[in-house]
Design a protein around this ligand. Structure first.
Ligand code: RVP
Length: 498
């Protein structure tokens, strides 16, 4: 006869945090959101720490290189999706690793004999007003000069004339060697009153441009997730089908961490694949999942997982529970797995971080997931709303929306994640839809982080470890849940639907 688990499957909406005493040294300014990403000896530091506990979902609609760059600059980590060829995924990893904050690959490039009217067309296309003049017109050609929109006037200069007639030639141009740091470049920008400093290799080929405005922009991100060489960190999803080919390519491309991506990770396939990666590529940390209970966590931790993702069926685009009748309320799953993680730590001295993946609907759900024991969260819907995500931005009668579709939808058809047998989906486990557009990730995430910090302050914590160990949670009744919302006639409707 089947075993019936005594506890009801619960979700985040059923809980609230009780405020703890707030000490005078506890304020948003003193809250530290650093968190471990990968397995480490208890009491020591994780080889990879995030500056903020956010990761973006391993999904076509979510984790693009652009989003990965923006999220890592805010201290989090993206896992680039594996529902693409090995070559394309490795190229996406390279794109993030090659990003140098403040060092821009020139996108407005011309040859010296190109006409000024061609230059105008290029500037109009890119929206930039500084162009590099290189021998072959590429972003990495030998630099011959710079030309800006201030160097010529359509009424005063013959637009059929060559760019070389109006450019500042390399002989008169300040430039820097490839090993210059961003702060050195900034010092030169100010000392020499420059707007732009080209960075050249030993042969005079253009590497980057550094703009004054980008330096100021870079100062906005004090908690970036970077590796020892100060390159942004990036993760990548892998599957249990082609990992022997995909993992080496991603390691070679420079990925910082990998994660097996499966809707149900409690399987011998995943354990075998983890064992293979640990044997053949011990240099790369790799997570496993998804699971919803302590036994499954321990199974993957013993197979070598460096972190474990929690969540089955709770995703906003997910219909696995409807289709297959499997899953568990996300709060119950996190609480159960966190207890197993702590037991594993007691038994082995190894701390294996856990990630609450999917089903985070409100900002305060992030705080609840962390208080319940998650070391970091993974979100799809949340990030899909931002400019940097892959989905198209579409106008509607009430504003803009972004496309967001599940990996188990007919649009993504990620059969590697769902394992329904064979190379395809027999039935859908996800839907294809829209989410309200929310603008720039930097602004949206700053707001979520501000809320998280103030929740932690109310709970008297300045670190996530303290938050977890001191949090007091209460179950809410239907009636007290009603009390959470405003209970007056609103003067006007909220501006957005987010
Ligand atoms: P959410 O943040 O609620 O949008 O959930 C995102 C999570 O949902 C992903 O990280 C993944 O675990 C899960 N997912 C992705 N695709 C699908 C599906 O098609 N069912 N589910």
């Amino acid at each position: 006869m089947a075993q019936i688990i005594a506890e009801v499957s619960r979700t985040f909406n059923e809980f609230l945090l009780l405020p703890n005493r707030t000490r005078t040294d506890c304020s948003s300014a003193t809250v530290d959101l650093r968190t471990p990403l990968v397995r480490h000896v208890q009491g020591e530091r994780s080889a990879i720490e995030l500056g903020s506990p956010f990761t973006s979902a391993i999904m076509q609609a979510v984790s693009t290189p652009e989003l990965a760059i923006a999220l890592a600059r805010n201290g989090g980590l993206s896992f680039l999706h594996h529902n693409q060829s090995v070559e394309d995924q490795a190229a996406a990893v390279r794109q993030v690793k090659n990003f140098k904050a403040g060092f821009v690959t020139s996108d407005t490039n011309v040859r010296p004999d190109d006409s000024l009217s061609h230059l105008v067309a290029v500037m109009r296309r890119t929206g930039h007003s500084t162009a590099a003049v290189t021998d072959d017109g590429s972003s990495g050609g030998r630099l011959l000069g710079l030309v800006t929109s201030r160097d010529f006037h359509p009424q005063r200069h013959d637009l059929d004339g060559p760019v070389s007639g109006r450019m500042t030639a390399i002989a008169e141009l300040p430039y820097a060697p490839a090993d210059i740091t961003l702060s050195e470049a900034n010092a030169r920008l100010w000392d020499q009153r420059l707007d732009c400093l080209p960075v050249l290799d030993g042969e005079g080929r253009l590497q980057h441009l550094v703009f004054r405005s980008d330096y100021a922009d870079n100062k906005r991100f004090p908690h970036q997730a970077v590796d020892a060489a100060k390159r942004l960190r990036v993760g990548a999803g892998v599957n249990t089908h082609d990992y022997q080919e995909r993992v080496p390519a991603l390691v070679e491309a420079g990925a910082d961490a990998l994660c097996f991506d499966s809707s149900d990770g409690y399987s011998d396939w995943q354990a075998q694949a983890l064992t293979w990666v640990k044997k053949n590529h011990p240099e790369i940390p790799i997570g496993g999942g998804n699971v919803v209970d302590g036994h499954a966590f321990t199974f993957l931790a013993e197979a070598g997982a460096d972190f474990v993702k929690v969540g089955v069926g709770g995703g906003s685009i997910c219909i696995t529970r409807d289709q297959k009748g499997i899953g568990r309320g996300q709060a119950s799953a996190v609480l159960d797995v966190a207890a197993a993680r702590d037991a594993f730590r007691e038994r082995t001295g190894q701390y294996v971080p856990i990630c609450s993946d999917g089903g985070l609907v409100h900002d305060y759900h992030v705080a609840l997931a962390l208080a319940m024991g998650a070391d970091f969260v993974m979100m799809g819907r949340y990030f899909a709303r931002f400019d940097q995500a892959a989905g198209a931005k579409l106008p509607t009668r009430d504003g803009f929306v972004k496309e967001y579709w599940g990996e188990g939808s007919n649009r993504a058809r990620n059969w590697q994640r769902y394992g329904q047998g064979g190379q395809g989906l027999i039935f859908e486990e996800g839907v294809d839809g829209y989410v309200p557009y929310a603008g720039d990730l930097n602004e949206g995430l700053a707001l979520t982080i501000a809320k998280l910090k103030t929740t932690m302050v109310s709970c008297g914590s300045t670190t996530l470890g303290e938050f977890q160990s001191t949090a007091r949670l209460t179950l809410v009744s239907d009636q007290s849940f009603q009390e959470s919302h405003a209970n007056v006639t609103l003067r006007e409707a909220p501006a957005t639907l987010a």
